[in-house]
Design a protein around this ligand. Structure first.
Ligand code: IPM
Ligand code: MN
Length: 354
């Protein structure tokens, strides 16, 4: 038996996790994985029921689970709450509470969708990048001050700080990931300006000595942002800190044409966590319009990384490829001549190909 905690959350999170669970049940029947699902709330949904975005019980249940499948959190109705009641707080609580230090965000370009990319097809064809983002350190979690008065002038500040073990841990994850791919790591920092980046670069170079079979290069984040749109195919694994990873992964997400296609895995000390990149998209929530593929591919990552079921993971990925090749499209990737479907129909089409 493998226990999976499902946290649909808010907005389209509800529909896309339902789609992914349907797919998981189908592969479970086929590969006898023994999956067991338990549902929990987080974000706005949890705030409405319990008055807080993440309860200790939910965090505890996640700690004990084999894996967590997460939809999304957030919505306008909770935007004016105090910072510690806001839905995003649930994400940070889960990241920190489960020690989810390594966020893996693969970006792959599907031949069938290449015209949907804002970049020229010849630039993006075959592009396959994995962003490895440090997720529980850096400026997201450093000391901060919301407001202070100095000589009558108001100011606010945040701190970017990394320790050697934090950098070593995420660097190892990047090199290990590269070994399963094309054996190239590009470490992204701002070492020409920031002390924390100079330490980052030094430690990454040290860790690299244990991976002589993996090629390493370094880029400053500004140059990396440019290279991602000029020649994305040069990248295999991008290793970077929390904030640069946040920004670069959104930039990279458009290469393939839709953020709705992209999965992610957050590797943790206690358990690991799987979520689509797209967010809660309140404007289309509840309308059967959301693309479930990012969540379905997150479920495939869950099978690969947490349940050691690579054949089942591959079966899902192949079924997604086939469904797209067969012309099924949700609204945001629809083109003339294709078959426009909703969230549920897309999930059913993928299940039918499993
Ligand atoms: C992400 C999101 C979050 C982040 C937000 C919702 C706080 O943008 O997962 O990339 O910045 O980490
Ligand atoms: Mn982000």
């Amino acid at each position: 038996m493998s226990k999976i905690i499902v946290i649909p959350g808010d907005g389209i999170g509800v529909e896309v996790t339902a789609a992914a669970v349907e797919v998981l049940k189908k592969v479970d029947a086929k590969f006898s994985l023994g999956l067991e699902f338990e549902y929990r709330d987080a974000g706005g949904a949890s705030y409405e029921k319990f008055g807080e975005p993440l309860t200790a019980e939910t965090l505890d249940a996640c700690k004990k689970a084999d894996a967590v499948l997460f939809g999304a959190v957030g919505g306008k109705q909770w935007d004016s709450l105090p910072v510690d009641k806001r839905p995003e707080k649930a994400l940070f609580g889960l990241r920190k509470g489960l020690g989810l230090f390594g966020n893996l965000r693969p970006v792959k370009v599907y031949d069938a969708l290449i015209d949907g990319s804002p970049l020229k097809p010849e630039l993006v064809r075959g592009c396959d990048v994995l962003i490895v983002r440090e997720l529980v350190g850096g400026i997201y979690f450093g000391a901060r001050c919301e407001s202070e008065l100095v000589d009558g002038v108001e100011r606010a500040w945040d701190t970017e700080m990394y320790s050697v073990p934090e950098i070593e841990r995420i660097a190892r994850l990047a090199f290990e990931s590269a070994r399963k791919r094309r054996r190239k790591v590009t470490s992204v920092d701002k070492a020409n300006v920031l002390a924390s980046s100079r330490l980052w670069r030094r430690v990454v170079n040290e860790v690299a000595k244990n991976y002589p079979d993996v090629e390493l290069n370094h880029l400053y984040v500004d140059a990396a942002a440019m290279a991602l749109v000029m020649k994305p195919s040069q990248f295999d694994v991008i290793l970077t800190n929390n904030i640069f990873g946040d920004i670069l992964s959104d930039e990279a997400s458009v290469i393939g044409g839709s953020i709705g296609l992209l999965p992610s895995a957050s590797i943790g000390e206690l358990t690991s966590f799987y979520e689509p990149i797209a967010g809660s998209a309140p404007d289309i929530a509840g309308k059967n319009l959301a693309n479930p593929i990012g969540t379905i591919l997150s479920a495939a990552m869950l099978l690969r990384y947490s349940l050691n079921a690579p054949a089942a993971a591959e079966a899902i990925e192949k079924a997604v490829d086939q469904t797209l090749a067969d012309g099924y499209r949700t609204a945001e990737i629809y083109r003339d001549g294709c078959r426009k479907v909703g969230t549920k129909e897309m999930a059913a089409a993928i299940c039918a190909r499993l």
